[in-house]
Design a protein around this ligand. Structure first.
Ligand code: XMP
Length: 516
C-alpha cells in the first residue's frame, strides 16, 4: 500500500464518468487520491483517516428510489467533504436541502458568479466559466448553509455548510472547460483539508522499492516484457529493488512495430543487465493466424499462444515464485463492477491476466495505484530511454488487428514499413507527444491508381491519430494538412503495393480507436 503518513483524499464514486479525472486532479496537486465505492462505511473511512473526501457526480437523481447513497455518518466524521454535481445534491439532501429537477437540463459552459472568495473560491475570479451537466439541482437551502456562487439558471452553484465541513459545487471543477477548476480543487485540498502536498513520485519509488523487497524477499520474479512502457517500468522498478532476482521474458511474436523488439532487448540487456529470455516465435504466431479473419479470433489465438510460450519459458527458470505485472490504476478501477466496468465486451483486450492462476505464482504489481503519466515519470526517473517511456500505447495483438483481414508475411511487411514512416513524420513535425496514439491500418481492399503511365490496382492505407486522456473516449487529431501530405507522398512512393492513403476522422464513440 501507499505510505501510511501520506496525505490521502478519498473519492466516493457515485457512477461518474469523471471519477478518474478527479483522482488525477488531486494527485496533480501532490496529494494521493484513491477512488472507492460509495458503499464504503464511515467506520472504514475512519480507519483510512483521509484528509478529505470528494463525492463524485453520477447519472442518477438523488430523490429516486435506489439512487446511490452513502453512509449518513460520513458527514459527521469531521473530515472535509467536497460534493460535485450529484455529490453536491446528495450531500445537501443529507443535510436537509431540497433537490428538484431543473426546468431544462443544463449542459455545457456557463458563467458563474462567485460571491464568497474565501477558502473554496480563494484566488478565483468573481466571474468564472464553469462546465455544467445536470438535470437536477438544489432549490432550497436550509439556514445552516451559505451560498458561495450562482449562475443564471442555478441559484446554488457553490455552497458550504456552516457547521459541518461540507462544500458543494453544481459544476464540474475537474474538467478543463471549467477554467479555474484546478484552483478550486487545490483550494479544497490546501485551504479546507489542510493538505501540505506530500505525494511525490520519488517518495513513491522509495516506498515501492521497499514494498517489493519485503514482498519478494529472496524469491525469484518473472516478468513479461511487451515493448510498452508499463511492463518496462515494472521490470526496471523490480530490478532496482531486487537486482538479478528478476527474469524477464520477451516474446517476439512478429507483430510488433519495426524498431520495438530490438529496442526492448537493447534496453534491458545493455542498460539494466537483466536476465532476459528472448523467444523468437514469429513463425509460430503466423502459422496460427493463417486464414483467420475474425478480429476476436485473432485476439484469442495471440493471447493463447503468448500464454503457452510464457508458461513454457517460465517453467525453465528455476525457483520462480512471483509474477510481475504492469497493472495500472484505471485497470484496477474498471475491473471492479461497482465502478462501472464495461458490461458488454466490445473487444476482449488481450493481456496476461489469465496467467497468475494457471502458473500458481504470487502477483507483484508495483504500478497498481498509478496513472499512466505517473508511470512515465517513474520510467524517466529510472533512466529508461525517452522513446520507450513516451511510446504510444500499442495493443497486445499488435499489427495483427491493424491488418484488416488475413495476416500474412507480405501484408505485415507493408504495414510495418508504413507505420515506420507515419511515426517518423509525426515525430519530425513535433507532434508525437501531443498525439495520444497514431498508426496505420492496412485495409482489405485494392483500388485503382495510376503510376507512371501504368494502371495500378493496389492496397489502401488508413491513417488513424487520436487525442484522448483515458482512451475510453477520443477525438481524431487534427494533423496539419502538410504533414498528412508528406506522409501520403512518402507511403505511396516508398511502400511497394500501396497506391492510396486515407485519413480517419471518426471520434470514439461511436467508432473505436483501433479498426478491429
Ligand atoms: P479501442 O480500439 O477499444 O482501443 O478504442 C482503446 C485502447 O486500447 C487499445 N487496444 C488494445 N490493447 N489489447 C490491448 O492490449 C487489445 O486487444 C486491444 N485492442 C485495443 C488500443 O490500442 C487503444 O489504446
Amino acid at each position: 500500500m501507499i505510505e501510511e503518513n501520506n496525505e490521502k483524499v478519498l473519492i466516493l464514486d457515485f457512477g461518474s464518468q469523471y471519477a478518474q479525472l478527479i483522482a488525477r486532479r488531486v494527485r496533480e496537486n501532490n496529494v494521493f487520491s484513491e477512488i472507492v465505492s460509495h458503499k464504503i462505511t464511515a467506520e472504514q473511512i475512519k480507519k483510512i483517516n483521509p484528509k478529505g473526501i470528494i463525492f463524485t457526480g453520477g447519472p442518477a437523481s438523488v430523490y429516486v428510489k435506489n439512487a446511490p447513497q452513502c453512509d449518513e455518518e460520513i458527514v459527521d466524521l469531521g473530515i472535509p467533504i467536497l460534493g460535485i454535481c450529484y455529490g453536491m445534491q446528495l450531500g445537501c439532501q443529507m443535510l436537509k436541502a431540497t433537490v428538484k429537477p431543473t426546468v431544462s437540463r443544463e449542459y455545457g459552459r456557463t458563467t458563474c458568479i462567485v460571491n464568497d472568495q474565501s477558502k473554496l473560491f480563494k484566488s478565483v475570479d468573481k466571474d468564472i466559466i464553469v462546465w455544467m451537466s445536470h438535470g437536477d439541482q438544489v432549490v432550497e437551502l436550509p439556514i445552516e448553509f451559505e451560498s458561495l456562487a450562482f449562475t443564471h439558471n442555478c441559484p446554488y452553484a457553490g455552497v458550504k455548510h456552516k457547521k459541518k465541513a461540507f462544500y458543494g459545487v453544481q459544476f464540474h471543477p475537474e474538467v478543463t472547460h471549467t477554467l479555474q477548476g484546478s484552483q478550486i480543487i487545490r483550494n479544497f485540498l490546501y485551504e479546507i483539508c489542510g493538505c501540505t502536498g506530500t505525494w511525490k513520485i520519488d517518495s513513491y519509488i522509495e516506498k515501492s522499492l521497499h514494498d517489493i523487497h519485503s514482498q519478494v524477499g529472496d524469491g525469484r520474479v518473472v516478468c513479461g516484457l511487451s515493448g510498452g512502457v508499463d511492463s518496462a517500468v515494472t521490470a526496471a522498478l523490480i530490478h532496482k529493488a531486487i537486482g538479478n532476482h528478476i527474469s524477464c521474458i520477451f516474446v517476439d511474436n512478429g507483430l510488433l512495430r519495426d524498431y520495438e523488439a530490438d529496442e526492448v532487448v537493447k534496453t534491458f540487456k545493455d542498460n539494466f543487465t537483466v536476465d532476459l529470455h528472448v523467444i523468437h516465435a514469429r513463425e509460430r504466431f503466423l502459422d496460427k493466424l493463417k486464414g483467420v479473419i475474425d478480429p476476436e479470433k485473432k485476439r484469442k489465438i495471440i493471447g493463447h499462444e503468448f500464454i503457452e510460450i510464457f508458461k513454457e519459458e517460465a517453467k525453465r527458470i528455476s525457483g520462480v515464485k512471483f509474477l510481475a505485472q504492469g497493472t495500472l490504476y484505471p485497470d484496477v478501477i474498471e475491473s471492479i463492477p461497482a465502478h462501472g466496468g464495461p458490461t458488454v465486451t466490445i473487444k476482449s483486450h488481450h493481456n496476461v491476466g489469465g496467467l497468475p492462476a494457471e502458473l500458481g505464482f504470487e502477483l507483484v504489481e508495483p504500478l497498481r495505484f498509478l496513472f499512466k503519466d505517473e508511470v512515465r515519470k517513474i520510467g524517466e526517473e529510472l533512466g529508461l530511454p525517452e522513446e520507450l517511456v513516451w511510446r504510444h500505447p500499442f495493443p497486445g495483438p499488435g499489427l495483427a488487428i491493424r491488418i484488416i483481414g488475413e495476416v500474412t508475411k507480405p501484408r505485415l511487411e507493408i504495414l510495418r514499413n508504413t507505420d515506420k514512416i507515419v511515426i517518423e513524420e509525426i515525430r519530425k513535425a513535433g507532434l508525437y507527444r501531443s498525439v495520444s496514439q497514431c498508426f496505420a491500418v492496412l485495409l482489405p481492399l485494392s483500388t485503382v491508381g495510376v503510376m507512371g503511365d501504368e494502371r495500378s490496382y493496389e492496397n489502401v492505407i488508413a491513417i488513424r491519430a487520436v487525442e484522448t486522456t483515458d482512451f475510453m473516449t477520443a477525438d481524431w487529431y487534427r494533423i496539419p494538412h502538410e504533414v498528412l501530405g508528406t506522409i501520403s507522398n512518402r507511403v505511396i512512393n516508398e511502400i511497394k503495393g500501396v497506391n492510396r492513403v486515407v485519413y480517419d476522422i471518426s471520434t470514439k464513440p461511436p467508432s473505436t480507436i483501433e479498426w478491429e
